[in-house]
Design a protein around this ligand. Sequence first.
Ligand SMILES: *Cc1c(COP(=O)(O)O)cnc(C)c1O
Length: 360
Amino acid sequence: MSRIYNFSAGPSMLPESVLNRAKEEMLDWQGCGMSVMEMSHRGKEFVSIAEKAEADLRELMTIPDNYRVLFLQGGATSQFAMVPLNLLQGAKKACYINTGAWSTKAIAEASKYTEVLVSASSEAESFTTIPEQNSWLIDSDAAYLHYTSNETIGGVEFQGIPDSKGLTLVSDMSSNILSRAVDVSKFGLIYAGAQKNMGPAGITVVIVRDDLLKGVVASTPSMLDYSLHAKNDSMLNTPPTYSWYLMGLVFGWIKSRGGLAAMEAHNIRKAEKLYGQIDGSGFYSSPVDPRYRSRMNAPFILEDDSLNDKFLKDAKSEGLVALKGHRSFGGMRASIYNAMPEEGVDVLVAFMQEFERLNG
Ligand SMILES: *Cc1c(COP(=O)(O)O)cnc(C)c1O
């Protein structure tokens, strides 16, 4: 068996030690004689797995006690509707920052439930940057301000937490959660699908301040009501138990690596190497404003795009896969989440240099 370096934007690489642990425990979890997949979600074995995952996430992110952590289904995409349904609480509008494809989707979904004020947009710059904060139009009557902390497709990332001018701050952190330390107390709500940086697909984490768990729109389906999930410890119905377990193993792996500060340092090193290579030649280039380049997803183009197919084919033969850019963007995209080892980036950079030498 040989493992490849998988640069997919999601689902994406998982730490090898996590996969090995899951393999060891597949048939018999810690001597109980069954797989985690076979356990009752209400049995003491699974409840201990679920509680440990939450405790580890709370420790990693220093989540204050007045926040609830919910483990839900439906992906980040369901959150695009759940956020307005639960957080409007009688207000007539919500503010959104539009920095790319995922913000655009969140805005379209929220528009079904409320007036959306797009407080700022980088659409005119083809979503290659983040609008200066002093230009944002924030309406104090809005229920909340929503932004996408990392645009997975465009490769644009907020490098700090924006000032919401007193509005409840909501963030889609699907593709950069746990890649750096964040001050959770600045947020009303954070959500993230697992399959970029936390685990396998099928589970979504929501971190919500407990005073916001009220006033849901009356006709909201139970499955979309945060307060019901909170009241039932995320077991309103059968939760995605195996994804929850694997995500817990990933949290344990991050702790063993030294937590978010260590993860962040690791991610900065990887991103600097990759962008250094992209910028250091006339052969490759990045369209993104250097101030906001994502540490997680690096889109780049070859000056001669007739070489794209050859680049992908040659990369694959070196064990470097899923580098094709998103269909809306073209070119290449290397996603280098927490689980991408630094050697993976080193091998990619060496390949890029060699490809340029042979084809430049
Ligand atoms: C992948 C992604 C989504 C959608 O996630 P699903 O789990 O497929 O619903 C939403 N927002 C961002 C930033 C993403 O990267």
